[in-house]
Design a binder for this molecule. Structure first.
Ligand code: NAD
Ligand code: UDP
Length: 311
């Protein structure tokens, strides 16, 4: 049994990670400021005496005795991280400094939830970890992209300078139950629109690509990475790449929706293609995703259907 701090533990990925690590017999401190997370995501864990919920913002120092830290606190959807961009940078940069300080003092191992956004609008495809990326430092996505890049720098510097035991997960688009209804990301938007028979909003021509990983696969990968000896950045995601237009049609098919597809303006700096090369994860973590897109989407559709129709 380990004492594990999960920041952002009431969020989409954090709630699944909290549940899994709790079920594995660990002691969990779930820390969240509830900006995009919700008590509903972890309500079923409250009451377990190995689960502690703490309302806290990681831009302020937090003191505890723990063995491991998963740092997931940060809004992940473009709408939410652009809502207050200065706060997003503070969360990424000051937040990770606080968590690295905690890791250093407790000699805890720390895993940072980094992102495929460190590659920006990538000119190498699929993306490999050795690629340094193509990021606009002054655009509307920069608060997130540069914040996460700086957090990786801090992880490496605390490792080199202070011997902090680090793990860096570069997470690619992940989806599943407990994504917020108003999250604004493509999976939740399209499913909610389709279930309500409202127009599906494809941004641009829909020729941009993404590759989607189901949340249980991602959680397994995060735990495997934490337990591994691999201290360099690792891509975690599902290499099954789709254009956004194809994806819209797939959601319409799986929901039997009457929705039509409409086209809206493409937000600036929207990456044109994205797909992880996961050779490092396969080799070092002995991990690869198991859930196929249709299976994962059907589970996610069932979840949103229940939420929307109060079932
Ligand atoms: P999410 O928005 O559902 O979860 C983030 C959680 O962090 C929320 O519960 C939110 O309330 C909390 N939070 C935000 N700022 C905080 C702060 N200052 N202090 C304390 N808590 C704070 O997003 P998610 O999809 O679960 O993402 C989790 C992590 O994984 C994020 O760091 C994100 O950048 C990273 N990530 C996610 C994806 C994805 O596709 N879901 C892809 C790449 C990286
Ligand atoms: N997108 C879209 N319609 C929507 C929401 C998103 O066409 O209603 C597109 C968006 O422009 C991007 C892709 O879907 O190209 C993925 O967007 P998301 O916000 O989910 O995550 P990103 O990978 O861009 O961070």
């Amino acid at each position: 049994m380990k004492r594990i701090l999960i920041t952002g533990g009431a969020g989409f990925i954090g709630s699944h990670l909290s549940e899994k690590l709790l079920n594995d017999g660990n002691d969990i401190i779930c820390l969240d400021n509830f900006f995009t997370g919700s008590k509903d995501n972890i309500r079923h864990l409250i009451g377990n005496n190995r689960f502690e919920l703490v309302r806290h913002d990681i831009i302020n120092e937090y003191l505890a005795e723990v063995d491991q830290i998963y740092n997931l606190a940060c809004p992940a959807s473009p709408i939410h991280y652009q809502y207050n961009p200065i706060k997003t940078i503070k969360t990424s940069v000051i937040g990770i400094i606080n968590m690295l300080g905690l890791a250093k003092r407790c000699k805890a191992r720390i895993l940072q939830a980094s992102t495929s956004e460190v590659y920006g609008d990538p000119q190498i495809h699929p993306q490999v970890e050795t690629y340094w990326g193509n990021v606009n430092p002054i655009g509307i996505r920069s608060c997130y992209d540069e914040g996460k890049r700086c957090a990786e720098t801090l992880m490496m510097d605390y490792h080199r300078q202070n011997n902090v035991d680090i793990r860096i997960a570069r997470i690619f688009n992940t989806y599943g139950p407990r994504m917020a209804l108003n999250d604004g990301r493509v999976v939740s938007n399209f499913i909610v629109q389709a279930l309500k028979n409202e127009p599906i909003t494809v941004y641009g021509t829909g020729s941009q690509t993404r590759a989607f990983c189901y949340v249980s696969d991602l959680v397994d990968a995060l735990i495997k990475l934490m337990e591994s000896n691999y201290d360099k950045p690792v891509n975690l995601g599902n290499p099954d790449e789709h254009t956004i237009l194809e994806f819209a049609k797939l959601i319409i098919e799986l929901t039997n929706s009457k929705s039509e597809i409409i086209f809206k303006e493409l937000p600036s700096d929207d990456p044109t293609q994205r797909e992880p090369n996961i050779s490092i994860a396969k080799e070092n973590l002995k991990w690869e995703p198991k859930i196929q897109i249709k299976e994962g989407l059907l589970k996610t559709i069932e979840y949103f259907d229940r939420i929307i129709h109060n079932k």
